[in-house]
Design a binder for this molecule. Structure first.
Ligand code: ADP
Ligand code: RBF
Ligand code: MG
Length: 182
């Protein structure tokens, strides 16, 4: 399918908060269009992730955003990530679960498509400029336009838990050893 043939669906308003979300996403096997690989040096953004959301997101450069993502629904995806830190920083330089927001961030009225990765690990410091490698393995939910910051934060907390559980399955764990990360 070409980009011309494809019209992205409109951004839905957040889901009904009274309805429980699934605790695991994706099939038992990794299904197309996944896996999707991206890599690039971590960019500076608007610094809202840590400050407003309590959830830092490492921003990928525009050039690193895979062509495939234009055909994907914007929203939250899960997979694995590695921040290439080099020798002496072994503890944090490993392949780790990640949750990723791909979209236009309607809550913040951003005008550009962004790919932001939250690595499920406590780095204890920033890593701007370092190479970030990721593999997207599944879809969690569409991007929503939130009516409050609190409900966005609640959903992000659920996204993190869902991502952790979703990559724990054997077909997903295989990607820990993917040559792309070596
Ligand atoms: P920005 O708008 O510049 O992306 P954020 O507030 O989103 O700022 O913070 C992102 C930065 O925080 C990342 O670029 C990275 O250097 C750092 N960081 C620290 N821990 C993490 C983590 N677990 N996941 C993602 N980024 C992290
Ligand atoms: N922003 C939105 O406007 N709608 C969303 O549904 C949304 N989901 C997110 C999910 C995750 C896991 C993360 C880390 C961020 C999400 N954000 C969302 C993006 C958030 O607005 C973004 O991180 C800030 O703009 C800070 O850069
Ligand atoms: Mg960020």
């Amino acid at each position: 399918m070409s980009e011309q043939e494809y019209t992205a669906p409109p951004t839905p308003i957040q889901h009904d908060p009274r309805v429980n979300r699934p605790s695991i996403c994706g099939a038992d096997e990794v299904e197309p269009p996944y896996p999707i690989y991206m890599k690039g040096p971590v960019q500076h953004g608007f610094k809202r992730g840590s400050k407003d959301l309590g959830c830092p997101t490492a921003n990928l450069p525009d050039e690193a955003i895979s062509e495939y993502t234009k055909l994907l629904q914007t929203g939250v995806h899960f997979g694995y990530a590695r921040v290439v830190l080099g020798p002496g920083e072994g503890e944090s330089d490993q392949v780790l679960p990640m949750v990723m927001s791909l979209g236009w961030n309607p809550y913040y009225k951003n005008e550009k498509r962004t790919a932001e990765v939250h690595v499920l690990h406590d780095f204890g410091k920033d890593f701007y400029g370092k190479e970030l490698r990721i593999v997207m393995l599944g879809f969690i939910r569409p991007e929503y336009n939130y009516t409050s910051l609190e409900s966005l934060i609640n959903d992000i907390e659920t996204d993190k838990a869902v991502a952790r559980r979703s990559v724990e399955r054997p077909a997903y764990q295989k990607f820990l050893k993917d040559p792309f990360f070596q």
